[in-house]
Design a protein around this ligand. Sequence first.
Ligand code: NAD
Ligand code: MG
Length: 388
Amino acid sequence: MKIQTLTILGATGSIGSQTLDLVTRHPDRFEVYALTGHRKVEILAGQCRRFRPKVAVVADGEAARELKALLGQTNIEIRYGAQALEEISAESSVTTVVAGIVGSAGLRPILAAAKAGKRILLANKEPLVMTGALLIDLAKLHGAKLLPTDSEHNAIFQSLPDNGDTSGVTRLILTASGGPFRQMSLEAMAKVTPAQACAHPTWTMGRKISVDSATLMNKTLEVIEAHYLFGIPADRIEILVHPQSIIHSLVEYKDGSQLAQLGSPDMRTPIANVLAWPERIDAGVKKLELASIGQLTFEKPDYKRFPALGLGYEALKLGGTAPAILNAANEVAVEAFLAGGLRFTDIAHTAADVLAKLPSTPALDLATIMAADMQAREMAAGMIRALA
Ligand code: NAD
Ligand code: MG
């Protein structure tokens, strides 16, 4: 067993802190090179005292001064800004980059890690949604390994043949808990608050992905994510509502077999799976006892009450920059909702309108994708202002 040296992007978040929990459990396997925390300086200071990284990265000069003041006399190098995130992701002593930043902010460090041929634990799905084949090809070209860390994609990863041969696969079935508003009427959904939207029934996550899980935008982004990660066309990727979040996704084969991965809803299982891959390590999670759960139930997704669900399929059909446009419009709308400036039900409407109005172009390079992302943000912001 070779020791892995980690850069943990977004260490202070839900994915990052659960990764550090696993590092604590396996000090013989992992050492920490860099931790990043953007503006969560106090949490990052605590993590720095505990894990003694070589480098800590925050958002800007002010946050860096705060961190320095909190750490006092220290030999941890304190850095800030987007460039620093790219450098710690490409640093030669680093073997493994944990992509735990939320949203498009994680894109450039992931690209840097891909170009440097790292093992990348891909939790941060938005950058893959934005860049699609570009990121997949870049990783291949430079010998980087993209390890699916999102629970559904990790379940599929575990249920696919080890040799990567998908010729026998007929469908990928992504499970969805249905979120906190699974049984709520559209009228009632129009009035929900950010606190209600962030109270997920089965998972504890950051605020942005919690809102995405409530609109089910998260699931449609996951369809795009699965399409690019596993090379399966969108018309063979289905969504199945499974409120208990025990079956994390399924792969169906030509002979009628469906293989699934089951586990307690605890992200430390998929994170441990990719951290140790191809080995297995103890993740500290509660053992799954199916007898005490008793029943697993399934429902068809409701595309009427959750219009976000269809948008990922639509974006893949449009192709090119459309997934980046969808992602950007959604990021702006979720931010506005969390700030109290947009109704919950208008998140999906805004994303749908921007996707319909902004023409997609071939996503040939990063500049084209970033231009589409910017245009989609401006259009979404304009629409939200008009609604206020
Ligand atoms: P979170 O909000 O808990 O943490 C986000 C992290 O990113 C924090 O460390 C924060 O400081 C940092 N960050 C925020 N904005 C930044 C910026 N502009 N620049 C640099 N760093 C920034 O989010 P999370 O729930 O841990 O989710 C992280 C990613 O993983 C998301 O893309 C999410 O979709 C994905 N994911 C999360 C879960 C989960 O259970 N939390 C499951 C599957 C996938
Ligand atoms: Mg998921």
